[in-house]
Design a protein around this ligand. Structure first.
Ligand SMILES: CC(C)(COP(=O)(O)OP(=O)(O)OC[C@H]1O[C@@H](n2cnc3c(N)ncnc32)[C@H](O)[C@@H]1OP(=O)(O)O)[C@@H](O)C(=O)NCCC(=O)NCCS
Length: 77
């Protein structure tokens, strides 16, 4: 399963909403991967906490030349 994006409105952040949302997705789709902007600390920390790891760094992946991290669960092949 590929996750194209997850977002929480600013006023609701840091209350565990994304953790719950992604936890529900992971329960149903344990083999999961995604791209995240390399400088997105909040999202990267969220995914690490959920058990994903960085598999690859893609240089200048985004249109503004920012790098992407490919993150995945251990179940992803
Ligand atoms: C990333 C995002 C979805 C997190 O949503 P959230 O509901 O605030 O996340 P949670 O409250 O479930 O946080 C879970 C963990 O993520 C990490 N985290 C969340 N916000 C963080 C921040 N600002 N800085 C560092 N770590 C952060 C922490 O490890 C946190 O655990 P903790 O609360 O025990 O410290 C939210 O910040 C967001 O919508 N950002 C903009 C959109 C975006 O970047 N989406 C990801 C694109 S791939």
């Amino acid at each position: 399963m590929y996750v194209g994006g997850v977002g929480v409105l600013p006023k609701f952040r840091k209350q565990g909403i994304a953790s719950q949302l992604m936890g529900a997705v992971l329960a149903q789709y344990p083999a999961l991967w995604l791209h995240v902007r390399a400088n997105n600390v909040a999202a990267t920390e969220l995914y690490l906490k959920l058990g994903l790891h960085v598999n690859e760094r893609l240089a200048r992946f985004y249109s503004n030349n920012e790098d992407a991290l490919v993150m995945e669960t251990p179940e992803a092949v």
